[in-house]
Ligand binder design. Structure first.
Ligand SMILES: Cc1cc2nc3c(=O)[nH]c(=O)nc-3n(C[C@H](O)[C@H](O)[C@H](O)COP(=O)(O)O)c2cc1C
Length: 185
């Protein structure tokens, strides 16, 4: 399987990025091919709603989102990871999500093959997993437009400082299991 991760944290050693990398490493150990994109390192401007992608065959904004389009098109599995910022996904990830509008044609049909599997990882400081669940649901709905099927999620709570997750073996193990446990892992 080809697995692409998109990290939505802007922080070095971000908790969500660490969990994403841990999940990808475990998948790699099982023979899957993995690639990790970090939203902050990409030149991706927010969607300008020009509808150029509906008049023509692709998004007309010339930036590195086209690398993300190619990576998603090529992947069997997408894993998105984000810190919770004000009860939502980070702006870094949201910009990428909005730009996936360019993968929908004029009839809002996906320009990529359907049936890709989607996993979501969220991290937050507060303790209520319902906050993360809202964001998981939002991301699952967004990527459903591209014909992706929700395959699993991980909501990590009570994490504040970057690298706090390194003190949480339970979460690191859950990340290792996220893509690799179960019948299709
Ligand atoms: C701008 C900003 C907004 C935040 N909003 C929330 C929030 O709404 N709820 C929460 O539980 N934590 C919030 N946090 C804390 C982060 O979600 C938390 O530190 C998380 O572990 C960061 O993940 P990261 O290390 O992957 O960046 C916020 C942090 C920042 C910087």
């Amino acid at each position: 399987m080809r697995i692409v991760g998109i990290a939505g944290s802007p922080r070095k050693g971000g908790n969500s990025t660490t969990l994403l990398e841990t999940a990808l490493e475990a998948a790699q150990e099982q023979g899957h091919t993995t690639k990790c994109l970090v939203a902050r390192r990409l030149k991706v401007q927010p969607c300008i709603a020009c509808e150029g992608c509906k008049r023509g065959p692709k998004c007309v904004v010339d930036d590195e989102m086209h690398d993300v389009y190619a990576a998603i098109a090529h992947a069997d599995i997408l894993v998105v990871a984000t810190p919770i910022y004000y009860y939502a996904a980070s702006g870094w990830l949201k910009a990428v999500v909005d730009r996936t509008y360019g993968l929908l044609d004029r009839e809002s049909k996906p320009r990529i093959a359907p049936g890709k599997r989607l996993y979501v990882i969220t991290t937050q400081e507060e303790s209520d997993p319902a906050d993360g669940a809202v964001v998981v649901r939002q991301l699952e709905r967004a990527f459903a437009w591209l014909g992706m099927e929700p395959a699993g999620s991980m909501i990590a709570t009570d994490l504040d400082e970057a690298q706090a997750v390194l003190e949480r073996p339970d979460l690191l193990q859950a990340a290792r299991d996220l893509l690799t446990s179960g019948p299709s892992g």
